[in-house]
Design a protein. Structure first.
Ligand SMILES: NC(=O)c1ccc[n+]([C@@H]2O[C@H](COP(=O)([O-])OP(=O)(O)OC[C@H]3O[C@@H](n4cnc5c(N)ncnc54)[C@H](OP(=O)(O)O)[C@@H]3O)[C@@H](O)[C@H]2O)c1
Length: 219
């Protein structure tokens, strides 16, 4: 069984990911800012106090892991700030870029030496980051941050290919979490799909952009 590290594991999709991975016997390292009761009740190893938008905080994560090998790194932490043209808040847009785009890069770069041939990196992005799929506009800061992380994930694919490390960009679906005011499919169903996609990830199909349900998404 694998050692899997998941960011943003205290609620929503991340909490379901760590719950299901732990239940099937993986060694799970949950990373979050503030653990809640549900996470604590799982009995998994938790590294708390980690803000993916803060370099010093991510350095603390690296320090607590040392050289421990990681088979699967799941960059799941993310934020959505709803915004409207004419009233755009550029600080909020930058914050989304910090968390959603630079967060996965910052964590992956910090833990690069913990990954080895055969390891996998998954980034929970969003289909709203797809330029081809943008049929409605809106969500300016969030969309742009997810488009950026798609590029970052593609760069990571190139960076890691010579080391035999595979990378996937995964859309979880429209999922009923705090982010969506609990509209959408259950986090249980989404997490199951994400885990299936990660199980199928290999160096041969590295760099793909998939829906949790299994089909490829356009860039
Ligand atoms: N729900 C959807 O329909 C949907 C659709 C497409 C993509 N996604 C993506 O799926 C991922 C998970 O979203 P979700 O729906 O589970 O949202 P959620 O319930 O709002 O959970 C977000 C998670 O990210 C963590 N997080 C936010 N900012 C952080 C930071 N600076 N440092 C560390 N952790 C941080 C949160 O921790 P705190 O509790 O400390 O805030 C929480 O654990 C995100 O990347 C999101 O963009 C979701």
């Amino acid at each position: 069984m694998a050692t899997v590290l998941v960011t943003g594991c205290n609620r929503g999709i991340g909490l379901q990911l760590v719950t299901q991975l732990h239940a099937r016997g993986d060694t799970v390292i949950g990373v979050c800012r503030q653990p809640g009761d549900e996470l604590a009740g799982l009995g998994i190893r938790v590294i708390a106090g980690i803000d993916v938008a803060d370099g010093a905080s991510v350095a603390e994560l690296k320090a607590s892991l040392g050289s421990e090998p990681i088979d699967v790194l799941i960059n799941n932490a993310g934020i959505l700030r709803r915004d409207t043209f004419g009233e755009l808040d550029y600080e909020e847009m930058l914050l989304q870029y910090e968390v959603n785009a630079l967060g996965p890069l910052r964590v992956t770069e910090a833990l690069a030496d913990n990954l080895k041939a055969g390891s996998k990196v998954a980034i929970v992005t969003s289909r709203v980051g797809s330029i081809d799929d943008n049929s409605s506009g809106g969500n300016w800061g969030y969309r742009a941050s997810k488009t950026a992380v798609n590029m970052i994930g593609t760069n990571l694919m190139h960076e890691f290919k010579p080391r035999g490390i595979a990378v996937a960009l995964l859309h979880p679906g429209f999922v009923a979490t705090d982010m969506t005011d609990r509209h959408g499919v259950s986090p249980e169903v989404s997490a199951r799909g994400l885990i299936e996609r990660i199980d199928e990830l290999s160096i041969e199909n590295s760099g793909g952009f998939w829906h949790a349900e299994g089909y490829k998404l356009p860039w």
